[in-house]
Design a protein around this ligand. Structure first.
Ligand code: ATP
Length: 355
């Protein structure tokens, strides 16, 4: 278990982490999300005692990291895959770590095998690809067979097979009852890996909740509809107060407001054929983009367009099927919307719920 209380870090005038309080619990994969510069790495460094908090504290298994008698046996971390001696082989890198932490050398062979780099174990790490370096970093984290694992962007540089492997590894580690805390900017990957989310922006807590609640409570349900008589259907739906926007490039419609059954009934009543009627929630990426849009520090421009990701803010209230609201679900960035949506002010964090 990791417990942060009022955790704060200031670098000169920069408030990198601002009174963060959260718990990372065993038995689940907890995703740590936030835009570039949000304070994720700083938080992870403070957990590992590599940076001292300006205020507040963080405990690992009930104690500050510095007070752990055998840290590698309690916490394994991958923060920077390049942080290794390039002149040493992977085997010797791990052996040094094992010896300095009182771990048996057979453990080196075990973790090399576990991460799949036994064949290159005697090669100097200087020549390692990014993906091989990541695997070696993960091997280092696993070396002490710790109950807590922290990974900062673990899938960086991994090929699809490697990404699948790390996903399954993290799930398996959590299923064994370990605490798994992982940061990533790959939302599609987080969506299928993490059970719980801690989201921060500009150092502050934005959400601490289950993946399911994060998505379901922060996006209005919608329906994807396909019909060869789309024009007629759009007229009927908008006349009934539905909000309709294009969905993808295949002529599908995204309908917000009426529930799928109501859309189907309406189509049947008017003799309109439907080729698809699928209830949907927003993806993690869509919800994340919307909730963090006011916290993005580093934003690239788009040729001939406004700011990217500028979907409107929703206010965070649970939203199911129903009439579109002024602050309701908005189409993903880049898609037209029919109803103007108002941005909201800074909101309170979305707090933990079990799920
Ligand atoms: N040693 C430091 N000295 C000064 N400022 C720092 C230092 N480390 C981090 N910062 C600043 O603190 C803020 C948080 O940085 P941090 O690296 O923790 O963010 P992050 O969420 O991990 O970002 P990314 O997703 O880009 O890795 C940033 O504005 C960063 O520039």
């Amino acid at each position: 278990m990791i417990e942060a209380q009022g955790l704060t870090k200031r670098y000169g005038t920069k408030l990198a982490v601002d009174q963060l309080s959260f718990q990372v619990r065993p038995g689940t994969v907890t995703g740590f999300l936030g835009p570039n510069g949000a304070g994720k790495s700083t938080t992870m460094r403070m957990i590992l005692g590599l940076d001292a908090p300006t205020a507040g504290h963080v405990l690992v298994n009930g104690r500050p990291y510095q007070h752990l008698s055998a840290p590698l046996r309690e916490v394994g971390a991958l923060l920077d895959a390049k942080a290794m001696h390039g002149g040493r082989s992977a085997y010797h890198h791990l052996l040094c770590l094992a010896q300095s932490n009182g771990l048996p050398s057979r453990r080196v062979d075990e973790v090399l095998q576990l991460v799949g780099i036994t064949a290159v174990a005697k090669k100097r790490t200087r020549g390692f690809s990014l993906g091989m370096g990541q695997r070696l970093g993960i091997a280092s984290a696993l070396l002490g067979d710790p109950g807590i694992l922290m990974f900062d962007e673990p899938v960086n540089g991994l090929d699809p097979e490697g990404i699948l492997w790390i996903r399954n590894l993290m799930k398996a580690l959590a299923a064994e009852g370990r605490t798994v805390f992982v940061s990533s900017h790959l939302m599609s990957e987080m969506e299928v890996t993490a059970d719980h989310l801690i989201v921060i922006g500009q150092g502050r807590l934005i959400a601490d909740t289950s993946m399911r609640d994060f998505i379901e409570h922060n996006s209005q349900a919608y329906t994807v509809v396909k019909s060869p008589q789309a024009d007629k259907l759009v007229k009927l739906l908008t006349a009934k107060g539905g909000q309709v926007t294009p969905e993808g490039t295949e002529g599908a419609l995204r309908v917000t407001g009426p529930a799928p059954a109501a859309i189907g009934d309406m189509a049947a009543e008017h003799g309109i054929a439907l080729h698809e009627l699928s209830p949907r929630f927003a993806s993690l990426e869509e919800v994340y983009m919307r909730l963090t849009q006011h916290s993005v520090e580093y934003r690239a421009g788009m040729p001939g367009a406004g700011m990217p990701g500028a979907a409107p803010h929703n206010g965070g209230a649970p939203q199911g099927w129903g009439p579109p609201q002024q602050q309701g679900w908005a189409p993903p960035p880049g898609q037209p919307q029919l109803t103007p949506q108002a941005p909201s002010a800074q909101q309170a964090p979305i707090q933990r719920s079990e799920g």
